[in-house]
Design a protein around this ligand. Sequence first.
Ligand code: FAD
Length: 617
Amino acid sequence: EGVWRLFKLRISAHEDPGKDFWGVSEPLLREISKVLEFPVASMLPPEAFKVVRKSFDARKLQKEPKFVYTVDMDVDKLLNLEPRTWEFISELEQKVGVIESMPHGRFSSDLISIIRNCTKRNETAASTEVFGRNDFSESYKFPNNRKPKVAVVGSGPSGLFASLVLAEFGGDVTLIERGQAVEQRGRDIGALVVRRMLQLESNFCFGEGGAGTWSDGKLVTRIGKNNSSVMAVLETLVHFGAPSSILVDGKPHLGTDRLIPLLRNFRRHLQELGVTIRFGTRVDDLIVEGERVVGVKVSDSGCSSESSSQKLGYDAVFLAVGHSARDTYQMLLSHNVDVVQKDFSVGLRVEHPQELINSIQYSGLAKEVQSGRGKIPVADYKVAEYVDGKDVGTPLNSESIGRSCYSFCMCPGGQVVLTSTNPSELCINGMSFSRRSSRWANAAIVVTVSSKDFEALNFHGPLAGLEFQRAYERRAATLGGGNFVVPVQTVTDFLDSKMSETTIPASSYRLGVKAANLHDLFPAHITEALQHSVLMFDKELPGFVSKNGLLHGVETRTSSPVQITRRSDTWESTSLKGLYPVGEGAGYAGGITSAAVDGMYAGFALAQNLGLYNGSM
Ligand code: FAD
């Protein structure tokens, strides 16, 4: 009895109702009956089954691309089958060996309940019962029974989820964001793309929703989709307006057009919980007394004068500032906060016609894609190689060997966008809309770099990686000739180290591209590792090396170049009490979902430290 899970049920792309159908179709029931060795598929009640995962598998080795399902079977709903057929069911566990019950750890299931409950505004009483918030007034130790005051700096996924959890537990939360709310941010990004006006504090990295807003909105994470904290994040997003298919889709994706209204709903909800949100407000400094942070100094981010500066007192400060808050990292060092170097990756963004990627991945089935409106999803790819100098015939420089090289943040049907936060630096990334209907497919091709690489440029100390990023962003700006024009080279010319002709393929990048030799960008060993990897990728994706593939420079902000170290028990900074570094900028997450999960867990940790929550972790 209970719920059993059936894995790896495969339906051919021809039979399946398609990528936008998430229910139990007839072909799926037939496949279930086959796996269960159940004689008559039509006798299985569809309501006994729930699709919990659906993905499209177009691996080349397969004769025919297939949709692959994971399905939960509610055994109780099968009990009214006639006895003879029930015999089959009762023997299932031994027969198929693909069934698993689904245990949840206590904290995980609590997490799901709290997030579910806290996103249903009128049902907070339920979460009160689960988490003993009734004890709140007795357990916290602040004078005059006042609520603990918490500043959350940064409204990216980590800051938003931290604010949500803390506000639910009764904290007095102020969310401080240097950028603008999505409505104004949209106008600022429009001015950038159309008139080349970069607002230093409201752009593709800074503003409501953080770096993840004008993004591809992929929600896949290496933490694993079955992780219950990931599910809690996804369910919360659904509550705020994401389609429920993200709970089932093997590669969930939102797209910028869906993220914007979702963030507006998230904001309203936080405000209804009593969170004060200050957009256009930058944290310039921490106020430290003894070994503890007791507040922050903020200024109107549109204004650089001292007179706009304000001091605000808090019991705790969450630092959820993302990987581009370079001034904030610098400020932390002035307080001797523990910040250490972290390895990350740099490289180029490659763009191919989406049709080419569709045909590489799907062969004859490519026509079914129909610019995102068809039955099967727009094709993506994910490739990774270890650079060992074998297999492609060319001997490699010893410094190239031993690096990982991989595709990163692949955006099918997307566009290349400018993620600079300073006009003298040039860096790029990719975004898309929910339909993924553009003519292009782009992805970063990056290679790992570490302290050895930073030292080679004479960069030392905790911010050496940041200086390394900056050096190549400046070089890319120079190679492009300024004005945010991006230097480009075709994949074939990059392999041959020759300038591309004036007739370079069209690019989705809106601010203009200029032919350049991208070998002039990185040190020779990084270029060589990238060349080697592109050749290896072509073995996996024949056609990847193409004169229609255009490499754009430079991709540097793949993850944070530092870690702001924190204690594993209290989640506080290892050097400053009351400071909670979270999310990607602190070096504890990479991507929208993992940053949200980190913010959520850190929110629980602080709630616990403040005596707002006494559950176990
Ligand atoms: P961020 O989202 O970076 O948020 C930090 C916030 O803090 C910013 O809004 C910033 O303005 C604010 N801030 C910084 N300093 C201060 C200060 N001193 N005072 C006040 N506020 C401050 N990830 C995916 O998983 N899937 C994708 O498809 C994807 N696509 C991307 C596309 C683009 C163009 C970019 C740039 C990133 C993309 N990412 C994607 C990465 C993802 O956006 C980040 O991993 C994620 O947003 C990190 O969340 P965070 O909360 O840690 O930080």
